[in-house]
Each structure stands twice: as C-alpha cells, then as structure tokens.
Write a protein that binds this ligand. Structure first.
Ligand code: SF4
Length: 411
C-alpha cells in the first residue's frame, strides 16, 4: 500500500530509492579484524571463503540447493568469496542479488543440450596458448586463471580456477611474439582470470613489453578486482598504470549494491590516474533483469565516473540456465533506458554469438520502415517521425547560385 502511494506521488518505493545510495560494505563477521588487515588485499585473499562448511558456518541460512552446490562447486568452478564481498550479502534474503552471483547452487550441475563449456569459441580462435584473435585489429590476452572471487556464470569457467583440470598455462613470450608479428593488432585486452591479481612489478613488466611493440596503440584491462577487492586499487598501482596510457579499464558490476563507498573510492583513484573506465554487466535472472534496478545501476556507475559499456546476454555456459534471463527481458530493460536517462548511461546490449561469431548488438526496434525516400522511426515515447532519405552523393535540393555567408556559431 505504502509503495503504491509512493508511486502515485512519483516517488520511488523505499527499497528501490535506496539503491542509488552509496553505503560501505561494512565488516560483517570480521568486525574484530584490524583496519590494517581489512584494508590489505593480501589479507582479503588469504581469508576468502572457499568451502561449503565455511559458508554454512558464516551463513546458517544457506538453502539445501546452495549447500549441495557449494559441496560440488570445486569440481566445476571453484568457490571463493572475499570477506569484503561476502559482507555485501544479505543472509536473510534468499534472493539477494549478491548471493546469486557468487554462491553456487546445485542447478550448476544441470546441463541443457545447447550449453557449452566454451560458448564464445575462444579455444578455436587461439593461435597460441592464452591469446584469442577473433576480431581483425585486436586480441584478448589471457594472463591468469585466478580471480579474487568466482562468478557462477563465468563464461570462461572451463579454465578459470582450474576446477575442471584445464591446466591453463599462458605463454607470455609466444603471446607477445605473435602480437609483434601481426602489425594489424592495434588493441590488446588483458584479461583472464584477473590481471590485477598480479603484483605491481609483474604487471608492469608485462605492460612494458606490450607498450614496446610500435603498432600496439591501445591497451585495455578487463577486471572485477575493483568490485571484489577494492583494497587492491592502491595509489602505487594507479601510479604504475598511468605510465601506460592510452590504457582503458573495463570493470564488471551487475547490481547497484555492488557500488559501495569502497568501490566508488577505488574507481575514483583509477579515474584520477587518467584511466577511462567502462563497465560490463551480464543480464542475470533475479539480479538485474529489471528496468528500475538497471536504471539505478547505470546512473550510479556514472556517479562513479564509469561509462556503462556493454550489457551481455548471459552466454550459454554449462550449468547457467538458472541464472540466464530472457532476451525479451533484456530488450525491455533497454527500452526503459534509451531516452529515459542520459545517453552516456545506456550500454550496448549484445549477444556474444554462440560458437564464436563475436558480439552482435541487439536493440529494441526504432526504425519502423526504410525505403529510398524516407525512414520512419519511433522515439522512446512511441511517437512516430519521418526523416527524408538522402540520395547518396546527390543533393536532394539544388544549391542556390549565391550562398550567403553563415553566421558563426556562438556556442
Ligand atoms: S571475475 Fe570475470 S573471469 Fe573471474 S569468475 Fe568472474 S566473470 Fe569469470
């Protein structure tokens, strides 16, 4: 009743309006830990929750599906959650969006016939171990199979955490030699696993070797560390990274509750180092397949100086059906963003084509018809407009013989 009244008054219901507030994750069960330990990223990694028993002790509300999933998790994709990220889980809420992302469920062992262990066909596009060359001018450079915490829908779960014995061994020398021998590669994306788990020195050595290749114009790092482990974003790391511009970072967040004060500060340190930041989200059932949640998320990202970059339809990774939202939902979410909020806040919704076709943008239909004379389009309010089509290379109207000098723009 209260929420209906709020909506009638044009206000957001209380649970939704708080989504955009920045709050600390707090310390949960670790309130006795010293500041020095809590803020030390090595301490966070050393104290991760990695077993079903630990999980049950810390969260007695674990459901039978979750406990069974956690028991089996290390056969498919390891269970690991940093104390910091665990503190964001609401143990009283079975549908807590943080919980869905990192706590395994027994449904992970159910496999549909259309699911795959390598849904984006990365292995078949790898000329050398750890390098994926699928697009003409850029490569994906996998540096490690380790992450600070493991996302239950990870598209690379065949190799990440080595739970299935993939035995991933990148060969940096061969990866770098390949890039050096292919002048068409102007963009290198470091990913994994998470490159920011490397020590500053190790990462600096790798970035220096890539920067030394003359045709590499642009470096990128894909990371979820600022979200799982904001303590890792130290001033020393930022000072090192800023030596390698142009360097962009893509982070990965799915729900506005992940954007805490700790995360906002960590992202601010990266932005202050001059690093352009983008965000990649995965559309997940019970997490962000909701227009209001997604709108709060993208608006909050802008407040963190991060441009929402991609919204991915969840890949057809084995055992992820319980987390996949429909494309119909994704289109509904996009319809609720475009025009209804800043263009900067609107990500590109994509399907990474099953089997390795690359990212394909999908969007609600705004072009209603198009022929050689006109384009009929609709706007975000459903109003219809016509735009006269330009004949390629031929002016539609003859230019006057004397052209008046235009007034200079004063903006
Ligand atoms: S952080 Fe990225 S690579 Fe690691 S488990 Fe999550 S989605 Fe996979």
């Amino acid at each position: 009743m209260h929420s209906e009244t709020s909506r009638e008054n044009g206000e957001e219901p209380p649970s939704r309006s708080s989504l955009k507030q920045f709050k600390s994750a707090g310390r949960g069960f670790w309130s006795n830990v010293s500041d020095a330990d809590w803020n030390d990223w090595h301490w966070q990694l050393k104290n991760r929750i990695t077993t079903a028993e630990q999980l049950q002790r810390l969260m007695p509300t674990l459901t039978p599906e979750e406990f069974a999933g956690a028991k089996l998790a290390n056969h498919k994709l390891a269970l690991a959650i940093t104390p910091y990220f665990f503190s964001l889980i609401d143990p009283a809420d079975e549908n807590c969006p943080i919980r869905w992302q990192v706590i395994p469920r027994i449904q992970e062992t159910h496999t549909a016939s259309w699911e795959m262990s390598d849904p984006c066909g990365e292995d078949s596009h790898s000329p050398v171990p750890g390098l994926v060359h699928r697009y003409p001018d850029r490569v994906l450079f996998l540096v490690t199979d380790r992450c600070a915490s493991y996302c239950r829908y990870c598209t690379r779960s065949r190799l990440v955490s080595n739970a299935t014995g993939y035995d991933f061994h990148p060969e940096f020398d061969k990866q770098i030699e390949y890039i050096a021998a292919h002048p068409e590669i102007r963009d290198v994306l470091l990913s994994g696993g998470d490159p920011l788990l490397f020590s500053d020195d190790k990462l600096e050595t790798l970035l220096s070797r890539l920067r030394a290749i003359p045709h590499v114009e642009f470096l990128r790092i894909g990371t979820r560390i600022p979200i799982f482990l904001p303590q890792r974003i130290t001033p020393a790391l930022c000072a090192m990274l800023k030596k390698f511009h142009p360097l962009f970072i893509s982070v990965h967040t799915n729900h506005p509750r992940e954007l805490t004060t700790e995360v906002r500060d960590a992202l601010g340190r990266l932005a202050d180092a001059g690093i352009p930041l983008g965000n990649q989200s995965v559309l997940l059932r019970n997490v962000n397949d909701d227009a209001e949640i997604m709108k709060a998320h993208v608006q909050k990202l802008l407040m963190c100086r991060v441009k929402p970059y991609y919204l991915y339809q969840c890949d057809l990774i084995t055992g992820s059906a319980h987390l996949r939202a429909s494309v119909r939902k994704g289109l509904e979410v996009m319809e609720a963003l475009r025009g209804h909020t800043s263009g900067y806040a609107v990500p590109t919704y994509v399907i990474d084509a099953p089997g390795g076709g690359g990212k394909i943008p999908i969007s609600p239909e705004y072009v209603l018809s198009h022929d050689e004379d006109r384009v009929v389009v609709r706007n975000y309010e459903g109003k219809i407009f016509e735009y006269p089509e330009a004949a390629d290379g031929t002016p539609l109207v003859e230019a006057p013989s004397e052209i008046e000098e235009p007034e200079l723009c004063k903006c």
